[in-house]
Write a protein that binds this ligand. Structure first.
Ligand SMILES: Cc1cc2nc3c(=O)[nH]c(=O)nc-3n(C[C@H](O)[C@H](O)[C@H](O)COP(=O)(O)OP(=O)(O)OC[C@H]3O[C@@H](n4cnc5c(N)ncnc54)[C@H](O)[C@@H]3O)c2cc1C
Ligand code: FES
Length: 287
């Protein structure tokens, strides 16, 4: 481990000397970190890679200290050896062309979007980052995006900075234009953050006919397709009477086409016999 420092607020940055990972990881992929050497917690924790420096052979993780695993990671010191598995999962696919891309992030969900901005910015393609947080002190990544030449728009739930309201409201207003402002016309939208936020962004993208990719965050156990613990219901084609099928967020994702995702598994018409949706552990009604 090269560095483990405070980033802002309750967020920290972990920098790892990992030349093989730095040479191969793509924006949207994640790594799975063993937080303890004494099996507590037993399961690895997944984190997006937010910064890659192939020259230095390092990768960066932006993490929020939440529970036991991240509290243990926060105590690591320079020179400690980290047990890291990766790169895992799929990555963001950017449509060909030169049109602008919109990256919509909430909270620590900006991490994979920063990685995407690092990947795309050198091509000169315009990027508009639309970042939301509960309050100004919880905004993440503004300086990093701006340093890459990315245009940044901000929303805060409490109105302490930028647009007063949810980041979905800000996106809708940017797409609408008005008050002397040209409407934003992105070729694609990429989003990561709290699930209700991504559901709202997906709906707005669909209404405007803009392709949207979402990076899903669910609890994971193995991280590489063995335990089935991260199964998430997705639409099974165009047949609205068909039940959902399930995709593994760790290997089929974490990046999905937003139109595929069933945001409320409890409301999905499930193909199972009743009781619980297989693979998700989510109880649901068949009323
Ligand atoms: C593909 C992927 C990428 C991720 N990237 C990042 C990242 O870049 N930075 C970051 O800070 N976090 C990221 N996460 C979430 C991160 O894995 C969890 O915050 C972490 O596992 C919490 O571990 P803990 O032991 O500290 O907390 P725990 O004690 O396990 O949990 C503490 C609290 O966090 C909640 N929680 C646990 N895991 C998740 C999760 N996956 N999603 C939402 N809530 C959770 C629990 O329900 C509980 O309320 C990512 C998750 C996934 C699946
Ligand atoms: S976390 Fe085990 S299959 Fe996805």
């Amino acid at each position: 481990m090269v560095a483990n420092r405070r980033f802002s607020g309750r967020y920290r940055e972990l920098v790892l000397d990992a030349p093989e990972l730095a040479a191969s990881v793509r924006a949207g992929q994640f790594v799975s970190i063993l937080c303890s050497t004494v099996d507590d917690p037993l399961l690895r924790r997944p984190f997006s890679v937010y910064r890659v420096d192939p020259g230095a052979g390092t990768i960066g993780i932006l993490y929020e200290v939440l529970g036991r695993g991240t509290s243990l990671i926060a105590r690591w010191e320079r020179g400690d050896i980290a047990n890291v598995l990766g790169p895992l999962g799929n990555y963001f696919t950017v449509p060909k062309g030169e049109g602008p891309l919109a990256l919509v992030g909430g909270g620590v969900g900006v991490a994979p979007l920063l990685a995407l901005a690092h990947e795309v910015a050198p091509s000169g393609r315009p990027i508009h980052a639309i970042l939301g947080a509960r309050t100004a002190s919880m905004l993440l990544g503004v300086d990093e995006f701006e340093a890459l030449g990315v245009r940044v728009s901000i929303s805060t739930d409490d109105g302490s900075q930028g647009y007063h309201g949810f980041v979905s409201g800000l996106l809708a207003s940017l797409l609408q234009g008005g008050a002397g402002r040209e409407p934003l016309r992105p070729d694609a939208i990429f989003t990561c953050g709290p699930r209700p936020m991504m559901a709202a962004i997906a709906e707005i993208a669909r209404a405007h006919g803009i392709p949207c990719s979402v990076s899903m965050e669910v609890s994971m156990a193995c991280g590489f397709g063995v335990c089935m613990g991260c199964a998430w219901p997705v639409r099974s084609g165009s047949d609205s009477d068909a039940g959902p099928t399930y995709r593994l967020v760790c290997t089929d994702g974490p990046v999905f086409n937003a139109d595929e995702i069933i945001w409320e598994p409890r409301q999905a018409r499930c193909a199972c016999a009743g009781g619980k949706a297989e693979g998700t552990g989510e109880e649901h009604d068949h009323a």
